[in-house]
Design a protein. Structure first.
Ligand code: THU
Length: 133
């Protein structure tokens, strides 16, 4: 069953987006192993490459509070389409995801949500296990 609070918090976080260059708001919410939800928005910069995506803002927020395991993540970008996480964010999700089956909720609006797994959106991801080989 979809965690309604996770969805609503991602939608709410989107409102705090700082995106004067793209005007493309994104919000994310992440459930961590402490059973708390950490949120984030995209934060742009005049030096465009310094921009941080909403997913990474939310993940770094949870990690900074001592967490290390993502149990689920939800994100919303364009409210008229399904916005998937960018490649860099998929890589960061894969660093901390509890498993390959960790759920990623892609929100268009409160009633239209795609449920994906990490494996579905990031097959064959490079992880710390590869470094041990
Ligand atoms: N963006 C995100 O926040 N997450 C994504 O996964 C895709 C892109 C942001 C970055 C930038 O502020 C804006 O969307 C346009 O690329």
């Amino acid at each position: 069953m979809i965690n309604k609070e996770l969805i609503l918090k991602a939608i709410e976080a989107r409102e705090n987006a700082y995106c004067p260059y793209s005007n493309f708001k994104v919000g994310a919410a992440v459930l961590f192993e402490d059973d708390k939800i950490y949120t984030g928005c995209n934060i742009e910069n005049a030096s465009f490459g310094a921009t941080n995506c909403a997913e990474r803002t939310a993940i770094f927020n949870g990690i900074s509070h001592g967490n290390r395991l993502i149990k689920a993540i939800a994100l919303i970008g364009d409210p008229n389409a399904f916005t998937y996480p960018c490649g860099i964010c998929r890589q960061v999700i894969s660093e901390f995801a509890e498993s390959k089956d960790t759920k990623i909720y892609i929100i268009k609006n409160e009633n239209e949500i795609l449920e994906k797994t990490l494996e579905e959106i990031m097959p064959g991801t490079f992880t710390k296990e590869d470094l041990d080989k």
